[in-house]
Design a protein around this ligand. Structure first.
Ligand SMILES: Cc1cc2nc3c(=O)[nH]c(=O)nc-3n(C[C@H](O)[C@H](O)[C@H](O)COP(=O)(O)OP(=O)(O)OC[C@H]3O[C@@H](n4cnc5c(N)ncnc54)[C@H](O)[C@@H]3O)c2cc1C
Length: 370
């Protein structure tokens, strides 16, 4: 077996890294850029290079390229710290979901604006009392003629302030068992009755939001997939959400910048570097297995847990590497480390907490008793 990338893939990776590095040089932040750093101009550049919808079928305007090509491009962009949050959710999740569950009309309406980099999407799943337990979602969508009328509240919706659409999970049958009455709607975030309030996180960033819905009228044709059948679709979406390179490389650039500052005369530091470098390689193999479609169903729970716990370990390593500078909100690498270590707890919360993912691994992958 030859595990090396072909010369073409190596060239693609080098090109993507250069593009990412140039964009990162002008960005306000080079960590967590897939979720916290939107940039409409960069989204257009990704589209122009054919790097949005890379693996989608050519019939719908996609690139028809291999998952490995997409992986190579995004591994490089993420590692370079490129500002990707405008296009990321749609490219990773909403587009593939529409390809699988959307009607031809929906594909025609929404895929082109994802592919040309002009639309940004937010995920409307969590609620104040429904995070880990998706089945307890209470936001209601009631059918009224050719529309749904939506009332309720979502929370922690990344990028909602700067997005055009929210992909909403809501309750359409209040009388059905909890996980049987949910549906998915595409909602225009500029609709009357929507109020978006940013939430400031510990780092001072306001990338995630509360979104309130008051009698918001949504065309019935915006229902994606089966009425009251969203639970299965959500599970599929989570596979897109949990197994990708974004869960491994959020602070890769920071690690690369801190590594030369670490005291390698200390054997404990050398051991930590060895552990992290091994972790990156294991994580990369796990992610590759996911993106190539070779992982067991729901194994992305394990992939995400391993990779995000590594990201947290890296945040800690960077603190040790820069020493007291990690306590200062200063310009330069020290301030970046301070920000990252403050943000790092989020890695194992968003997209499913490590506790929940370990439950999934135990019950649904390993078949252990509940
Ligand atoms: C940075 C960030 C970005 C996010 N972006 C989005 C977004 O774009 N869209 C969106 O919809 N949501 C988003 N979220 C929300 C995220 O999905 C939820 O925070 C997550 O699912 C956990 O839900 P919760 O916060 O309600 O915590 P809870 O579900 O209340 O959990 C609290 C604690 O209890 C534990 N726990 C709960 N149930 C169990 C159980 N059965 N067994 C063991 N332990 C359990 C959890 O592990 C956790 O430690 C984001 C969150 C973060 C931090």
């Amino acid at each position: 077996m030859d595990f090396a990338l072909s010369p073409e893939l190596l060239a693609l990776r080098a090109e993507a890294f250069e593009v990412g590095r140039a964009a990162a040089a002008a960005a306000r932040l080079t960590e967590d850029t897939w979720i916290a750093v939107p940039d409409r101009t960069f989204s257009l550049e990704l589209a122009a290079r054919g790097w949005l919808g890379m693996t989608w079928p050519v019939e719908v305007g996609g690139g028809g390229r291999t998952p490995l090509e997409r992986f190579v491009v995004y591994e490089a962009l993420l590692s370079a710290g490129a500002p990707m949050a405008t296009s990321w959710f749609a490219d990773r999740q909403m587009g593939p979901t529409l390809l699988q569950f959307g009607t031809p009309e929906q594909q025609k309406a929404y895929l082109p604006q994802i592919l040309d980099g002009t639309s940004a999407w937010s995920i409307g799943m969590s609620e104040p009392d429904a995070g880990s337990d998706v089945a307890s979602i209470r936001t209601r969508a009631t059918r009224d003629g050719d529309r749904f009328v939506v009332n309720g509240q979502k929370i922690w919706n990344s990028g909602a302030m700067s997005a055009d659409w929210i992909y909403l999970i809501c309750r359409t049958d209040p009388d059905a068992p909890a996980h049987k009455g949910l549906s998915e709607l595409i909602v225009d975030l500029h609709s009357p009755g929507i109020t978006i309030t940013p939430i400031k996180d510990m780092t001072g960033s306001e990338h995630f939001c509360e979104v309130f819905f008051e009698d918001v009228r949504v065309p019935a044709e915006n229902l994606v997939g089966e009425l009251n059948g969203s639970f299965r679709q959500v599970m599929r979406q989570m596979e897109h959400e949990r197994g990708g390179p974004d869960r491994l490389l959020s602070n890769r650039k920071l690690y690369d910048d801190c590594l030369p500052l670490a005291d390698r005369t200390d054997p404990r530091v050398r051991q930590e570097i060895a552990a992290i470098e091994s972790g990156y390689r294991i994580g990369r193999l796990l992610v590759l297995r996911e993106v190539m479609g070779q992982a067991p169903t729901q194994f992305s729970a394990a992939t995400k847990t391993f990779c995000t716990e590594l990201e947290q370990r890296i945040a800690g390593f960077c603190v040790a590497a820069v020493g007291p500078h990690a306590m200062l909100a200063e310009a330069g690498v020290g301030g970046r480390v301070a920000r990252n270590v403050t943000y790092a707890p989020a890695y194992t919360i968003m997209g499913g907490t490590s506790q929940i993912l370990r439950n999934i691994l135990g019950e649904r992958v390993l078949g252990l008793p509940r």
